[in-house]
Design a protein around this ligand. Structure first.
Ligand SMILES: [Zn+2]
Length: 356
């Protein structure tokens, strides 16, 4: 039930543009408090991005511009961008005839995904820290079809080679079958300047469960299905929220496209490695070892190559976006001109035309 407390005149600059360095306010949005969470009208958000109603995902309400379509559904946390799935921190709500979206989702998901090039970071990735999950006595998920620790390492080592060809420095948290604590993995990234952290895992679940999912840290002030304890509830997110979701988008969308796996979405979590990392970070789950069909695929070199290739492409794209095309020098020594938007489904993400 809607508890309308008061209307705050919100300067958009404070909401979504503080990171962009643009000071002028784009508009005034009313904020509504619903069950303790701040919401804005989705119509105001779409107006800001100059989005119009579109024919989109079946059963969903879709808006967009050019080749960009976003879809939502009342009472649901699903948020689709060009048919790639994200999980909002709070459900879309309805008040009167208006759909409402939480301000934190606008700030921490919608805007960074639609305008990843608004990041404050302007330096190229120094080092990619690849973290193959588990190892040694910790096998991770195990099934008759695959053993997680082996698949994580295989994808990680393939990814390392591909990234090095592209001119990236790479550090592996482990390059063999041995055990590291979660803290040790995080420390490697935290002491590596200007790095990003890509933790590679595979899933386990019911026999029918299948698909790829990518986790980023739940932003401060949000709940998370993986944050049950008080300690986790109090964690503050980190100052890489924008980079986290951009990195997840770049990698996840490519892996879904290349593998045609079920899209379980880009989700929020407060996993230990994501909570304590001081670098842009994702935890990637490349499929279910417990699913007979997917489990067999996961243990095949061809699927592992596909995943590694897609993750590599995602990192290249993220790097180009975040650096504003300034950065990485490739092996031939020539500066690499980057694109300024993360590609989803082969099309560039929408860059708002509304002047700030
Ligand atoms: Zn795992």
């Amino acid at each position: 039930m809607l508890r309308f407390i008061h209307i705050i005149i919100l300067m958009l600059g404070l909401l979504v543009c503080s990171l962009s360095g643009m000071a002028q306010a784009a508009g005034k949005w009313n904020i509504y408090r619903i069950d303790g969470v701040d919401y804005v009208k989705l119509n105001d958000v779409w107006k800001y991005y100059n989005f119009k109603p579109k024919q989109g995902r079946s059963g969903f309400i879709s808006y967009g511009a050019k080749d960009m379509i976003v879809s939502v559904k009342p009472s649901r946390q699903d948020f689709y961008v060009n048919n790639y799935r994200y999980i909002l921190s709070y459900p879309v709500r309805t008040t009167g005839d208006q759909l409402m979206i939480s301000t934190i989702d606008v700030k921490k998901l919608v805007d960074p995904v639609l305008r990843p090039n608004k990041s404050t970071k302007k330096e190229a990735i120094g080092t990619v820290v690849i973290d193959p999950g588990h190892g040694g006595h910790d096998a991770g998920a195990v099934s008759p079809y695959a053993r997680e620790k082996d698949c994580n390492l295989a994808v990680g080592l393939k990814l390392k080679k591909l990234l090095e060809v592209k001119g990236f420095k790479v550090v592996m948290t482990r390059s063999g079958d041995y055990f590291l604590t979660l803290r040790q993995r995080v420390e490697i990234a935290n002491r590596t300047p200007n790095s990003i952290f890509v933790s590679i895992h595979h899933n386990s679940g019911r026999r029918a469960a299948a698909g790829i999912e990518t986790f980023t840290l739940a932003p401060q002030g949000t709940t998370s299905p993986f944050a049950k304890t008080r300690r986790f509830a109090e964690l503050e997110g980190n100052n890489q929220d924008r980079e986290n979701i951009a990195l997840a988008t770049a990698i996840h969308s490519r892996c879904i496209k290349s593998t045609k796996a079920i899209d379980r979405g880009i989700q929020r979590a407060r996993f230990s490695v994501l909570c304590t990392i001081e670098r842009p970070a994702i935890l990637f789950e490349g499929g279910f070892v417990s699913n007979p069909e997917e489990g067999r695929k996961i243990s095949s070199a061809s699927y592992q190559n596909t995943l590694a290739q897609s993750i590599c492409e995602g990192i290249v794209n993220y790097n180009d976006v975040i650096s504003g095309g300034l950065r990485r020098t490739n092996k031939t020594g020539s500066p690499r001109k980057g694109s300024n938007s993360i590609r989803i489904n082969g099309s560039n993400t929408y860059r708002g035309t509304t002047r700030l």
